[in-house]
Design a binder for this molecule. Structure first.
Ligand SMILES: [Zn+2]
Length: 183
């Protein structure tokens, strides 16, 4: 039977860099919508991500997490600010983030510096698309490294956000709205 429970990824591994943007005002909402920066995911999504990170660490990189599970109420807030675009999922259906099976992330080097991915996180425009090829070689290589490594562990990209990946084997019909506890 599939384990459908959620887990705080840091209980599985402390090798991730956490930069939960929605726990700060540095995001497109310009609002702090999480009380504290924690990364919760469905357990199988989290385990696969740990494996991907282990492979990246061997190559001298590390995953930095921008967003993980996202309560449905936060999704509603985002939809209010950015409705009817391809960038925020309609809360009526909900996002994979609301199901704990999507992550927003980037790569950092051994010193914690973010690799150049061509745009910032949550840049809503063509430069953030995977199909945009006018970036430097370095940017394209960085994106490729991220995409190819994650693909090995069943994470699928979407066309318009280089930072967004969904764990493919997980198909949860229900969205969640729990809030994690903060100290
Ligand atoms: Zn996302």
């Amino acid at each position: 039977m599939k384990d459908t429970s959620f887990v705080n990824i840091q209980t599985l591994s402390t090798d991730f860099v956490l930069d939960l943007k929605y726990a700060t005002t540095d995001n497109f909402l310009h609002q702090k919508v999480y009380d504290c920066p924690e990364c919760f995911l469905r357990i199988s999504t989290a385990k696969a991500l740990v494996k991907a990170n282990q492979e990246l660490i061997k190559k001298g990189f590390r995953i930095k997490l921008y967003d993980c599970y996202r309560p449905l109420d936060v999704q509603k807030k985002m939809w209010k600010i950015l409705p009817g675009t391809n960038y925020v999922a309609n809360p009526k259906k909900g996002s994979k983030h609301n199901r704990g099976a999507a992550v927003d992330l980037t790569l950092v080097d051994l010193f914690g510096n973010e690799l150049d991915m061509g745009t910032k996180f949550d840049f809503f425009g063509p430069e953030a698309h995977h199909t945009y090829t006018k970036h430097s070689k370095e940017v394209l290589q960085n994106r490729k490294l991220l995409k190819e490594t994650l693909a090995k562990y069943n994470f699928k990209s979407i066309y318009n956000e280089w930072w967004h990946y969904e764990f493919r084997p997980e198909r949860y019909s229900t969205v969640s709205n729990f809030k994690w506890k903060c100290e």
